[in-house]
Design a protein around this ligand. Structure first.
Ligand code: F6P
Length: 307
């Protein structure tokens, strides 16, 4: 997210626009925790994980009376455009602001490790989380192979299976369990068993948290097969760390594009990337379809590669 903030700030100043940073998201907007940013404010941030502006959940922003206060804090500084980084909740808040105060343009940048935002093939943070998972599983594999164990790795992603899918493919997992595909644990157990009979010494099962927990997966599997199973829940380690090159580039492109749209007078739009092209999708359209398209073709490939 820092790389996106940096791009917004630098591109706006390059175009002679004054920029303010809102700390702690909508919570900071309500608390008037807003500060003018200069070129140097975003120096030395591109390599840092998280966001120097901090983040906070703010459920009360759903209330119109509460939003009025936030809008007032923007107006009193003469702020004409608001760029939010996040997902559904952030976009909905931004949409309400531009409905209730049309003179404030709003643009959304997709930021979440879950990769579950409509209108973009990728979200900021997904690639970094993916690389973290790969690094962890590569290490776990050493124990799996030397001790001949089956490892069940539970990864984040909320209701989206993208992290499990991409990570599973990248580490050569035997099985990937995602919410988008109905899975019969008995079939998975059979697959692992067949592998063992063919001489496989260990297996990696990648399970998305939105489907089931790693513990449940292990319990279910061991009802059918006698394996030495271990569970590893990677947890919040997936959300931190220095961003990958791909994420820095994506965040910079999306941040720059957000400023372009503001300069063009656009509002209530989510920026994104599709087939490596920058795209703009109205918030309405993003909300209409509730499901980020799952890549069933790549899912099928993972099965073909892990027979
Ligand atoms: O939506 C991002 C995400 O990291 C999910 O993958 C995960 O389930 C959730 O947030 C964790 O949220 P919290 O840090 O509030 O527990």
């Amino acid at each position: 997210m820092n790389a996106a903030v940096r791009a917004v700030v630098r591109k706006a100043i390059y175009n002679n626009i004054e920029v303010y940073g809102v700390y702690q998201g909508y919570q900071g907007l309500l608390n008037d925790d807003i500060e003018k940013l200069e070129l140097g404010s975003v120096g030395d941030t591109i390599q840092r994980g998280g966001t120097f502006l901090y983040s906070a959940r703010c459920p009360e922003f759903k209330e119109v009376e509460v939003r009025k206060k936030g809008i007032e804090n923007l107006r009193k500084r003469g702020i004409e455009g608001l760029v939010v980084i996040g997902g559904d909740g952030s976009y909905r808040g931004a949409q309400r602001i531009s409905e209730e105060c049309p003179e404030i343009q709003t643009i959304g940048i997709p930021g979440t490790i879950d990769n579950d935002i409509n209108g973009s093939d990728f979200t900021i943070g997904f690639d970094t989380a993916l690389n973290t998972i790969i690094e962890c599983v590569d290490k776990i594999r050493d124990t799996a192979s030397s001790h001949a164990r089956t490892f069940i790795i539970e990864v984040m992603g909320r209701d989206c299976g993208d992290l499990a899918l991409w990570a599973g493919l990248s580490v050569g997992a035997e099985t990937i369990i995602v919410p988008e595909v109905e899975t019969d644990i008995k079939d998975i157990a059979e697959k692992i068993d067949n592998g063992i009979k063919r001489g496989k010494k260990h297996s990696i099962v990648m399970v998305a948290e939105g489907c089931m927990s790693g513990e449940v997966c292990a319990e279910e599997l061991t009802k059918y097969i006698n394996v030495d199973a271990r569970v590893s829940v990677l947890g919040h380690i997936q959300r931190g760390g220095s961003p990958s090159g791909a994420d820095r580039v994506l965040a910079s492109r999306l941040g720059g594009h957000a400023v372009d749209l503001l300069l063009d007078g656009k509002s209530a739009i989510g920026v994104g990337i599709r087939n490596n092209e920058l795209t703009d999708t109205p918030f309405d359209e993003i909300f209409r379809s509730h499901e980020h398209e799952f890549d069933f073709e790549t899912y099928a490939l993972t099965n073909e590669l892990s027979i």
